[in-house]
Design a protein around this ligand. Sequence first.
Ligand code: FAD
Length: 303
Amino acid sequence: MVDYDVIIVGGGAAGLTSAIYTVRAGLSTLLVEKELFGGQIALTEGIENYPGFESIQGKDLVDKILAQAKKQGVKTKVGNVQSITTKGKEKIVEIDNEKVSTRAIVLAVGSTPRKLDVVGREEFDGKGVHYCVMCDGPLYKDRVCAIIGGGDAAIKESLSLAKIAKKVFVIHRREGLRAEKRWQDLALATKNIEFIWNSEVRGFFGEKFLDSIKIFNSKTNKESVLELSAVFTYIGHVPNTKSFDFKKDARGYFVVDKSYQTSEEGVFAAGDCVAGNHTQIATSVGAGAAAGMSVINYLHLKE
Ligand SMILES: Cc1cc2nc3c(=O)[nH]c(=O)nc-3n(C[C@H](O)[C@H](O)[C@H](O)COP(=O)(O)OP(=O)(O)OC[C@H]3O[C@@H](n4cnc5c(N)ncnc54)[C@H](O)[C@@H]3O)c2cc1C
């Protein structure tokens, strides 16, 4: 007798959706989250491309999905899943120091922000170097800040930061942005946002807290110093897959088959931790639903 039919690891868009599907099929479902239910959704403000909501705050969307999951009967637990092992027909999930058994697993562990590998970064992490405007932006009211990156998250968050900070520099290593045109247009039209193109940050400096950064311009081949109080980096993500020994691609993302099953029978994966996911809420929700349905089929076939 196992503790749960299904254990979902990760409480972001993908995990919550898988859980809603499995619990509605009558499978006892435990969803384990190590930090923040909602994952990356909880770290963003205006979401305008998730169908059904013209514009919604990340926190509000999380509250709705979490309430829906709990109402359907999903059990939730705060804990860090350390390992997964197979014992006959059972899978043993080690959550902190506790061992819980299950028949199937969905790994929806997502990803965490990539950090710059330059001088001073580690020293000033949390002391001027940050990864979440929503969490740490308010610390820098009326100060000078920078965003590093040129994708959707970077440009969207520069707009949020521009409402708090006196001035926001957006430092991007190319000339031209990858972000959605709507966000680009808004950022380019915002008076206190200034773009620094073709540039990379080469170092973080200060006494106790960050007070300047060194920038290298690849077009002029020149270095310059920019005085500021904080930098928020949005330069991509690293998948949270290290603890799990299933097939991955060269960048560490899980490789799954058409049914979202990993290289281990009964272990499925969905969302931003899977190779080829388009790192959007809608794609993660879609993958979570598909993985949940595959778990249902898998367990029915086993009966
Ligand atoms: C600033 C920002 C703005 C964004 N804006 C948009 C937008 O406007 N529209 C859009 O569609 N997308 C947006 N995205 C992207 C979108 O949020 C993500 O693609 C999506 O939410 C990923 O969902 P996920 O469930 O796959 O992963 P995640 O949200 O990363 O969730 C994974 C969860 O798993 C947990 N976890 C990891 N390892 C373990 C473990 N070992 N044990 C237990 N729990 C674990 C993590 O704590 C996390 O909560 C944005 C992202 C960011 C960062």
